[in-house]
Design a protein around this ligand. Structure first.
Ligand SMILES: [Zn+2]
Length: 111
């Protein structure tokens, strides 16, 4: 049985809130298909990327947010491995993420 979870426009991790949005072609002018700005509290995902990669990118940025909040100290490879593990877990549980509620707009820039 499949379950669909709608990704909300805003996610709070500890005291920090992140506005989640889609950006068409983000990879072409940012060099990555997802990124998070901690100061601005934004997570951007390339709208063009399809599943299951889109969820890998989303989970990657969320692991960054969790890592910062919990002061875990993961490096980029560690973030990737954790995100891929969460992606696999969701898949095994039959959970599909739905990005249709997210706004699609322009990038704020950042890393
Ligand atoms: Zn990263």
């Amino acid at each position: 049985m499949k379950h669909t979870i709608v990704v909300p426009r805003r996610i709070k991790i500890g005291p920090f809130s992140y506005d989640i949005k889609l950006v068409r072609g983000l990879r072409y002018y940012n060099g990555a298909s997802g990124h998070i700005t901690f100061e601005g509290g934004t997570v951007e995902l390339d709208d063009v990327v399809r599943e299951p990669m889109k969820s890998c990118h989303f989970l990657h940025e969320m692991v960054h947010a969790i890592d910062i909040n919990a002061s875990v100290g993961l490096d980029e490879d560690g973030v990737d491995r954790m995100a891929n593990g969460f992606a696999e877990l969701l898949q095994q549980l039959g959970i599909k993420l739905d990005y249709s509620a997210l706004p699609c707009g322009r990038s704020h820039g950042g890393n």
